[in-house]
Design a protein around this ligand. Sequence first.
Ligand code: PNW
Length: 454
Amino acid sequence: DTPSTAPAPHLFPKGFLWGSATASYQVEGAVKEDGRGVSIWDTFSHTPGKTNNGDTGDVANDHYHRYKEDVQLMKALGLKTYRFSVAWPRIFPNGTGAPNPKGIDFYSRLVDQLLANGIQPYCTLFHWDLPQALEDKGGWQSRDTSEAFAAYAGYVAQHLSDRVKHFMTLNEMKSFVDIGYRDGRHAPGLKLSVAKVNQVRHHAVLAHGLGVQAIRAHAKPGVKVGLAENAEACAPVIETAEHIAAARKATREENAGYLTAVLEGKYTDAYLAHHGANAPKFTAADMKAIGSPIDFVGLNNYTTTWVRADSAPAGYAVVPAPASYPHMMSPWLRVGPQGLYWGPKLIAEIWGVKEIYITENGASSTDVLTPDGHVYDTDRVMYLRNYLTQLHRGVSEGVPVKGYFCWSFMDNYEWADGYAYRFGIHYVDFKTQKRTPKLSAHFYKEVIARNGLA
Ligand code: PNW
């Protein structure tokens, strides 16, 4: 028996949901099959010069044909849950209009396969593959896209909610709005003015809100609805009262255009004042929809926003990273495990959120397959162990995180970075489609089996 003086093992609460995640365009391939329409990522990735090495998701992991084998790999890992996304252009090839029955059929079969293997499906409705037909009519610059999203979300909920009990509306509004419509580095590759980007952002949060309402209207009772946002995880530079207070303020203001708007049903005064004449145009009814009650908050977390107390009116300042700050293979992926403690903790405290999932957390690594078939991704294992230690710290203090999804279940199409940036805990040889568990998969399997890090 363990002596009572021994440190408590890093166990998680019974029933903690250990999962892993992917997204449709990043893994499915089969882009022309069974009536799938064109998405903005097909267009963007086929435009010369837009992606690393010209890589596209045409084949990706061929998951569309290999989902049964992939579910067996999930089972071998001991996954309790799997987060996937539905490709809107498979369901409504033109974004609106007549549904394509073969589209929903694929996800229905995937869900059956997961459930038959004891894995709970968590379904994201929009992970960036917008139907090109909608982009041609203005995409997220048009309010019609928010309405079209709601109709699509309601349709999917109606057809899957007999078996899927958790739906997320949009994945990382912040990423697809800022990178796709402001920076132009992701589809649709636009560099819009501040005012136009703010309107796109408003249409994204509005789509979320209308989507929540549509899912509730069409789903079976008892279904839970949330979102998966990469909220800034603001952490105090030092854990003192003044810096912690600053991190709390920063959590609200740094997320004002997205999570704060969703959880408060309003834009903060500081957000509106900051944007002045460029602020989004909206109605009271919009804000009511945006603030529709949700059942859980999903947080995609990779990095930490370090915050200090400051005498400026905002009361805080974001501290820029020194040039020497460590990062994983992706330069933006600066290592900051404390985000997994402070992010959910402050969000739960500020808004009284009762159910949080870490819907993504993971790392890119230069992963090399040895001749005898191993990938010793010790850097990813170190990363995951450190982040999970901070997550455990919060959960053991009562922060209501109910589950964790490692990004990603397998190497996949890393958007504009193509196939060179690997985030998987399974290595994928993209010539043969062979999947190999990395050291990190063996590590994660142990975590799941023990329900913790001990
Ligand atoms: C997320 N950033 O993207 C996405 O949800 C995934 O599809 C993606 O593969 C994964 O994280 C890894 O990149 C992000 O610049 C893209 O902070 C950019 C950032 C964060 C997340």
